[in-house]
Ligand binder design. Structure first.
Ligand code: PXP
Length: 240
């Protein structure tokens, strides 16, 4: 059975837009796990624009499935990860000015650094996933530095502007997955996957895990909005 990791950043983004207490991503953990999520993905960014340290600390205590912490490999984040001890760390590149993670890691040109990070996490019994573009050199480098999993970025595929472009991009993902599988790496995929574009990606058997956020939270707004309106209307009309 393929696994689904639900990315919680988007719940925190709504909260941070108002700097208030709701929606609290921590409250969603039990609901999301009951619905079948196999892991909760949280990205603690350097600028704390969505997930906060407190979310991560509480999440670690509550999560019954697995916590997958996405993070840039900076000194501060490595220290946080070693304190929090997520089940998996997914290393991602991070730039302050980006709206979301753009592109995968440059592993091939930074092998010594990645070897060092991965050794630190392995010593703490933390599984390491590297978020990379569907690029064969990066996959081979991920294997050489000792990664357990590669999360293949589906960003380019999800941004395809035509069927032809989409087919080319899916073929690149397939080639990357074949290489990763041969090297006995675990294979995950994520970024920009939606209810509309996911089907061709689900046909790639060796991808065993999908990490999805924006589309699920966007859908939840619509599947939940009617009930939310009804509840508020009832409140307005309830006499004490
Ligand atoms: N995987 C990684 C490594 C990501 O950085 C993100 C975005 O935070 C996702 C998966 C989820 O992407 P989306 O929100 O587009 O589903």
């Amino acid at each position: 059975m393929k696994k689904l990791g639900v990315n919680f950043d988007h719940i925190a983004t709504i909260r941070q837009a108002r700097k208030t207490f709701e929606p609290d991503p921590v409250t969603a953990i039990g609901i999301v796990e009951l619905a079948g999520a196999d892991s909760i993905v949280m990205h603690l960014r350097e600028d704390r624009r969505h997930t906060q340290d407190r979310d991560l600390e509480l999440a670690r205590k509550i999560i019954k499935t697995k916590l997958n912490l996405e993070m840039a490999p900076t000194q501060e984040m490595i220290k946080t990860a070693l304190d929090i001890k997520p089940d998996t760390v997914t290393l991602v590149p991070e730039r302050r000015e980006e709206l979301t993670t753009e592109g995968g890691l440059e592993v091939a040109l930074n092998m010594e650094s990645f070897k060092k990070y991965i050794r630190l996490f392995h010593d703490a019994d933390i599984t390491v996933s590297l978020f990379i573009d569907p690029d064969l050199d990066q996959i081979k480098a991920a294997h050489r530095v000792g990664a357990d999993i590669v999360e293949i970025s589906t960003a380019r595929y999800s941004e395809s502007k035509s069927i032809k472009e989409s087919e080319t991009n899916i073929q690149q993902i397939i080639n990357a997955v074949i290489t990763a599988e041969k090297l006995k790496l675990g294979v995950a995929a994520g970024h920009g996957l939606t209810y509309i574009n996911i089907e061709p990606v689900t046909r790639i058997d060796a991808i065993t895990e999908y990490n999805i956020g924006h589309s699920i939270i966007a859908r939840a707004v619509f599947t939940g909005i009617a009930e939310a309106v009804r509840e508020m209307k009832n409140k307005i009309n309830a006499r004490p």
